[in-house]
Every structure is written in structure tokens, then in C-alpha cells.
Design a protein around this ligand. Structure first.
Ligand code: PLP
Length: 398
């Protein structure tokens, strides 16, 4: 039965939702949120047609690894589907603490805390540790989860130029030396594929008494010794106070983590709203991440293959004259410069059987509208053949 209200006032927010132009455009051209009816390894199917997946973050290709799947199934049978509540409310489970100990040991940190999303972990890696009166120095290109953490903290924000330790020094020179400070950067920038120069950042942090937080969602499993991440890549593990990350990339699960000293993690458990008021990581997701971490440490071939594929793919893109924004990692953007070019490039790839993702301003800086692609250890010769043909077609049509 239709709800009949005695009141007549227009509902401004409901109205805004039904007239919003970006939503109308998104629904008309439908470049995101495609529903795939099937997935097998690096292939997905949409309305019966098969595509090579070129935009997922399954860097090591472990989401279909038999040990990962088996661990998830076992955990479901043993622990059920969910804890149906926050750990503060109804307790942690052994699979939480085991995963936390394993991640902390892998990263050489004393302790770790896992949450149900990388977004929550990355937001809390800033919000939990800072408060009004503190100063957060942040690379202007960090992920949305970090910006949300900054907003929630109530601290003062100072941005510095992307990947520029020199600019950070200049900004620091104007600040009250006595105010508690935190520097927040990414290890690998998800859209650009840039690696942060962690050595000078760690030196500046030490020199100025700043706590250094690194969101290593895209460096974990990809860079460093055995995939230990960006700090390991530069040999500055001890210089990074907090490493935040996601379980949804190289660990082929969902969820997130913050790793730091025991004191910092216990402080986070006391103060992080993202932990206190959000349900715990589910048993199957924790078990999948735990198994993937084991695979990373026992089967180095996945990491080797990821980098062999990345080199091959990079060379292909450069040989086609494409602008890859100087990406150095498996996250490789193809910069097209405006949204029309990005849309048509994306669409040509799709028509040729390759699924990628378009990212346009304001999600990227003006003039950097792009198609984001990412390599996986799972891409094989057959995938490459399709990818190369599709790229050649899209370039010709530009
Ligand atoms: C740099 C960065 N941080 C945090 C996140 C959030 O992780 P999740 O997708 O697991 O919530 C992402 C995911 O896109 C990311 O790219």
C-alpha cells in the first residue's frame, strides 16, 4: 500500500538523489558496477561474454589458490559465518589473534590489529592516534580512507606535495616544533603506482620527532623482501612507526590491519571508533588472509611471476606510446588526459574483451583522467594475447 503522508514539504535530500547528474551519467554509460555472473581465475563473464580482468588488486593471484579456499571453508564450518558484533562487545576469536600475530611477525612489528575493511584500518591508523592540537602532515595524493581518518581526528592538517620530502621539510619549517605531529603517506600510491621515497621520509620523521604512518595497502605482498612491503623495500623497517593496510589486495581476502608497537596497538583498541563500534573480521575472511600469508612465505613463485608479468606489461604499454604516469609497480594507470578519451579507451578495451576501470577528475587531478589497470601473477600468455590486441585496438581508435 502506498504511504500517504499528511505533510507536503518536498524532501530536499530525496530530490537531490533522484536528480544528481553524476549518478545519471554513471547509470547511462554504466562503466562501473557491472555485475559479473561468473569468475574463474583472471577471467570474468558479463551477459555471457568472457573478459580478462585487468583491474583487480589480486596481485599475487591467490584468490583461487586451493589452500586459501580450503582455509576459508574450514573456518566457516568451525566458527560459523560471523561473530555478529564488535570484539569489544562479544570478544575476539582465536583466528583474529593468530592472524594478527602472523602479520605482526611478517612485518617485524610487535603487534597488529585487524578490522573488517582496509578502509576502517587505514582511517583508524590516523584517527585513533591523533586529536585536536596535533598536526597531521599528509601527502596530498593519499587514499580517501586516510582523508576520512584525518577529518575524524580533529587535528590540524598540513598537506605537502606528492612524494616530496623537500616540500615536507619546507612545510615543517613553518610549524610549531612543540606540537605533536604525525606524517601520513602511502607506500605505493594506488592510482599512480608510485613508490614513496621512504628513506628520506623516515629520516625527516626521526629528525623532527614525527610519528610516521604508512598506508601500504598496495606495497604489502608486492615490494620488499618476500613481499614485506615498502619499508622492507628501502630497508627502513625500524623508521616506520605504523603500517596500515588491506587484506583485499595481495592477501586475496577482505579486511584490514594496523601494525605497530604493542603500546600503540593497545592504545588503538581503546580509542579507535572504527574498532569499538564495528563488527569483527569474519572467520572465513580471516582464515583466507592467514592462508594467503602462509602461501606468500612458502611459495615465492607468485611474487616472481607478478614482477615478470609487470615488466612485460609495462614494456607493452610503453611500446604503444601510452602514458603510464611513471608507475613503478603492478598498479599501472594509462593516462588519457580528459574524461572523454578515458571513457572511449575504457570502452574499446571492454569491447575487445578486457575489463579495466576508468578514473576521472575529481578522483584524479584535472588532466590526469585515466584507465587504471593492475597486473596479477595469474595473468598468463593467453591473457596477454587478448590484452595486447585490445590495447592496440584502443590506441588506434584514440
Ligand atoms: C591505498 C589504499 N588504502 C586503503 C584502501 C582500503 O582498503 P579496502 O578496499 O580493503 O577497504 C585501499 C583500497 O582501495 C587503498 O587503495
Amino acid at each position: 500500500m502506498k504511504f500517504m503522508s499528511p505533510f507536503r514539504a518536498a524532501k530536499a535530500i530525496v530530490e537531490r538523489c533522484s536528480t544528481d547528474m553524476p549518478t545519471k551519467l554513471r547509470r547511462r554509460y554504466d562503466p562501473w558496477y557491472l555485475t559479473f555472473e561468473k569468475q574463474r581465475g583472471s577471467r570474468v563473464w558479463h551477459q555471457g561474454k568472457e573478459y580478462v580482468m585487468l583491474s583487480s588488486n589480486d596481485y599475487l593471484g591467490l584468490s583461487f589458490h586451493p589452500k586459501v579456499i580450503e582455509a576459508g571453508q574450514r573456518a566457516l564450518a568451525e566458527w560459523g559465518s560471523s561473530t555478529t558484533g564488535a570484539r569489544l562487545a562479544n570478544g575476539s576469536r582465536r583466528y583474529h589473534t593468530e592472524l594478527e600475530e602472523a602479520i605482526a611477525a611478517f612485518l617485524g612489528k610487535e603487534a597488529c590489529h585487524v578490522t573488517a575493511a582496509g578502509y576502517l584500518s587505514c582511517a583508524s591508523s590516523v584517527a585513533a592516534f591523533t586529536q585536536r592540537g596535533d598536526i597531521i602532515l599528509v601527502d596530498k595524493n593519499v587514499h580517501s580512507s586516510i582523508w576520512d581518518g584525518i577529518r575524524l581526528s580533529g587535528a590540524t592538517v598540513e598537506r605537502f606535495s606528492h612524494n616530496s620530502p623537500d616540500n615536507l621539510r619546507t612545510v615543517l619549517g613553518h610549524l610549531d616544533p612543540k606540537a605533536p605531529k604525525i606524517i601520513v603517506i602511502e607506500g605505493v600510491y594506488s592510482m599512480e603506482g608510485h613508490i614513496a621515497p621512504l628513506k628520506p621520509f623516515a629520516e625527516i620523521a626521526a629528525e623532527h620527532g614525527c610519528t610516521l604512518v604508512v598506508d601500504d595497502a598496495h606495497g604489502f605482498g608486492v615490494l620488499g623482501q618476500g613481499g614485506r612491503g615498502t619499508a622492507s623495500h628501502f630497508g627502513v623497517d625500524g623508521g616506520v612507526d605504523v603500517i596500515a593496510g588491506s587484506l583485499s589486495k595481495s592477501l586475496s581476502s577482505t579486511g584490514g590491519f594496523v601494525a605497530a608497537s604493542r603500546d600503540m596497538i593497545e592504545y588503538l583498541r581503546t580509542h579507535s571508533k572504527q574498532t569499538i563500534f564495528s563488527a569483527a573480521l569474519s572467520p572465513a575472511q580471516a582464515a583466507c588472509a592467514r592462508a594467503a600469508l602462509e602461501v606468500i612465505q612458502t611459495e615465492p613463485q607468485h611474487l616472481e611471476r607478478l614482477w615478470a608479468n609487470t615488466r612485460r606489461y609495462r614494456e607493452l604499454l610503453l611500446s604503444l606510446g601510452l602514458d603510464i604516469w611513471e608507475s613503478e609497480t603492478p598498479a599501472i594507470p594509462i593516462v588519457l588526459g580528459n574524461k572523454e578519451r578515458a571513457y572511449f579507451f575504457w570502452k574499446h578495451l571492454l569491447d575487445q574483451g578486457v575489463f579495466s576501470v576508468m578514473s576521472i577528475a575529481p578522483a584524479v587531478p584535472v588532466g590526469k583522467d585515466l584507465v587504471r589497470t593492475a597486473m596479477s601473477a595469474r595473468h598468463d600468455d593467453a591473457d596477454f594475447e587478448i590484452i595486447e590486441k585490445a590495447l592496440r585496438y584502443a590506441v588506434k581508435k584514440l
